[in-house]
Design a protein around this ligand. Structure first.
Ligand code: 13P
Ligand code: SF4
Length: 347
């Protein structure tokens, strides 16, 4: 296969750094970028692996919150770089830390023990608030285990920012709908329904992923009509209605396994980010027919390109801190505590 000059220069840089550099990437990265990674994974695998690396530099191909998690879990002196510093996750930005702090203060005003459980798709500041309130982080791969843990730890749980992952996980645990309440966070929390909030076991922040909420019941109906024997598997950031109509739902690593274990000759329709679906279709093309439920791309993930990766590697080689992810001291310990609790519960 013929590669571009850009591809070759990135590979040359990687050889030059040797064991001083680890390139990590999330499965939603494009093929051009992911093929330069030493480690690829879903959010949970990447957090776990970041905690055990020895290289001086980690270049993280993904979105901001992932690079921040890697920086929190990295060893002292290790440097984490993000090739596209403006690659944010729109869902993570739906729960500002100041509002979480204010709402937690309200929910706990009478001494009720409310445990915040933050999906890793949240900002560093949010993880810091969560850590200070004895809460933890979770990913889509361990949300069930972490929600069980949080329910045991307190009188109620505040799950944020993804209401869909929260509701889908509650369904798995059999938490009745009457025991859940989606918080009204408008007007800086002035519209909160105090009675409902004070009596519910599971409080849900009203965030969502616009990439996964694009999947709909109509698309599932169409897929079933066009491929009656197909199995449909979706990510739990999809709405509970879509999850209920699919044959299976699970994290990125679950979807990868589900496709790998499908019987030869079958058709699998996948409802998640298109780069992953296309890669799975290509990897299994001799054996399976893997199709997207509909093409849905994460534009935040797509901000990391080969050009950006090359620029970041050049900067790191030149000793520049332009792409460095820095963690302010005042949030480091509490935010890390939220991640460490997750890793300890799921060890
Ligand atoms: P997972 O990697 O936990 O499956 O999450 C998907 C996602 O949306 C990452 O942003
Ligand atoms: Fe955020 Fe959704 Fe993109 Fe994941 S897929 S990075 S949750 S916007």
């Amino acid at each position: 296969m013929m590669y571009s000059a850009l591809h070759e220069s990135i590979e040359a840089r990687r050889r030059e750094f040797g064991s001083d550099l680890t390139v990590m990437g999330h499965h939603y990265q494009t093929e051009e970028v992911i093929r330069h990674t030493d480690i690829r994974g879903d959010s949970l695998e990447l957090s776990r692996r970041a905690a055990g690396l020895d290289s001086e530099h980690i270049v993280f191909c993904g979105v901001y919150f992932m690079a921040e998690s890697a920086a929190l879990l990295a060893k002292q002196g290790q440097k984490v770089h993000l090739p596209e510093p403006s690659a944010e996750c729109s869902m993570a930005l739906m729960s500002p830390a100041f509002l979480l702090e204010a709402i937690l203060r309200f929910l706990t005003r009478s001494g009720r023990k409310v445990i915040p459980l933050a999906y890793v798709n949240s900002t560093l500041e949010v993880k810091s608030v969560v850590g200070r309130h004895n809460g933890a982080a979770c990913t889509s791969a361990n949300a069930k285990r972490m929600l069980e843990w949080a329910m045991r730890e307190g009188d109620a749980v505040l799950f944020l920012p993804d209401q869909n992952l929260g509701n889908n996980t509650a369904d798995l645990l059999g938490i009745p709908e009457q025991a859940r309440h989606i918080l009204d966070i408008r007007k800086r929390g002035e519209r909160l329904d105090a009675a409902a909030a004070d009596t519910s076991d599971l409080l849900l922040w009203p965030g969502f992923c616009s990439i996964h909420t694009r999947f709909s019941l109509r698309q599932i109906e169409r897929a079933r009509a066009e491929h009656p024997d197909a199995k449909i598997v979706v990510h739990p950031e999809c709405t509970p209605q879509v999850v209920a109509e699919a044959d299976a739902a699970g994290s990125t690593s679950f979807i990868i396994r589900y496709v790998a274990e499908a019987p030869a000759g079958s058709t699998i329709v996948v409802g998640t980010e298109i780069n992953l679906v296309e890669r799975l279709a290509d990897q299994h093309k001799e054996r399976l027919n893997v199709l997207p439920l509909v093409e849905s791309a994460c534009t935040h993930m797509a901000q990391t390109t080969e050009e950006r990766l090359s620029a970041a590697l050049d900067a790191v080689a030149g000793g520049s801190a332009d792409f460095l992810v820095s963690i302010p001291d005042e949030v480091r310990l509490p935010a890390k505590a939220a991640l460490d609790r997750m890793l300890a519960v799921c060890a």
